[in-house]
Design a protein around this ligand. Structure first.
Ligand code: HEC
Ligand code: HEC
Ligand code: HEC
Length: 201
């Protein structure tokens, strides 16, 4: 007698469990699809995202902000007379040809040189204010040059290596777009050329 009651109870319990299981399976799909109607999704997303007026557009030179260096190298490497600072590339190269390259800078560049390239620390070539930069540099600093580094390696080491000790990082946030310009329409990147005498001094 006792055994029978237990069997009935067991069957009843099993039926209840089965019912709950299938009920869940059949309604779940429905629940999901009603949960993610467009309206409710929008409500959910709105509630977790920031209020619209607090969304700010990041300042990226030449992308979302004015480009102050449209001719890249020569737009920045100018003769800043009012600050008594001549940063022209022609001035840098003239100094390098006369006095040699600063030791620290040379060590940094040498460390990035491919095997077989041993820099002497003198730059015999000089540019003048009519040199097209960086176009002219590429005549020697192409990818296959055996006595120096390709230009892209040179300028990336010079401007981006060194953390807080590098003025390009601290003064210009290491910004890529002061050199690399994006054509918004085509999505093509390029580094523009310029002459020192075409930039107002
Ligand atoms: C927006 C400004 C800016 C632009 C654009 C720029 N430079 Fe510079 N450049 C700097 C700063 C700042 C330094 C100094 C970095 C440091 O602290 O060592 C520097 C350093 C240099 C030096 C080493 C000078 C030295 O005596 O240590 C060379 C060479 C140079 N740049 C060439 C170029 C070339 C070539 C380009 C274009 C492909 C270019 N730069 C574009 C700001 C700029
Ligand atoms: C006629 C060839 C020639 C041209 C053009 C040239 N370079 Fe060089 N450059 C060299 C050689 C060779 C070296 C290796 C010098 C050495 O052994 O230290 C060098 C080295 C360098 C270095 C590493 C520092 C050093 O002197 O070793 C920098 C930076 C550099 N050149 C920048 C430039 C820039 C910027 C231009 C364009 C304005 C340019 N070069 C144009 C031949 C050239
Ligand atoms: C001071 C100027 C300057 C800055 C700053 C600069 N680049 Fe460049 N980059 C160049 C030049 C010059 C080339 C060679 C372009 C050419 O030959 O057409 C180049 C080439 C490249 C290339 C092509 C591959 C190669 O090495 O030749 C990549 C990728 C690149 N840059 C990424 C970057 C990124 C990412 C940043 C910012 C974190 C940056 N560059 C900042 C001047 C710069």
């Amino acid at each position: 007698m006792f055994k029978k009651v237990r069997t009935y109870l067991f069957i009843l319990l099993s039926l209840i469990l089965l019912f709950l299981f299938f009920n869940d399976v059949f309604t779940n799909g429905q629940q999901d699809s009603t949960l993610f109607t467009k309206d409710s999704a929008v409500v959910i997303l709105d509630s977790i995202s920031a209020p619209k007026d607090s969304i700010s557009v990041p300042t990226i030179s030449g992308i979302t902000a004015e480009d102050k260096y449209p001719h890249a190298c020569v737009s920045c490497h100018k003769n800043y007379k009012e600050m008594y600072f001549d940063g022209r590339i022609s001035t840098i190269l003239k100094e390098w040809s006369e006095k040699g390259v600063d030791e620290k800078l040379l060590a940094k560049i040498q460390a990035g040189a491919p095997d077989g390239v041993n820099l002497k620390g003198k730059h015999s070539y000089k540019s003048n204010d009519n040199t097209s930069i960086p176009e002219d540099c590429n005549k020697c600093h192409g990818k296959s040059m055996k006595t120096a580094l390709p230009l892209s390696q040179l300028v990336h080491i010079i401007h981006l290596n060194g953390g807080k000790d590098n003025h390009y990082i601290t003064m210009f946030r290491g910004e890529c777009t002061h050199c690399h310009k994006l054509d918004m329409k085509t999505g093509i990147w390029s580094v523009p050329n310029g002459k020192e005498n075409e930039e107002e001094k």
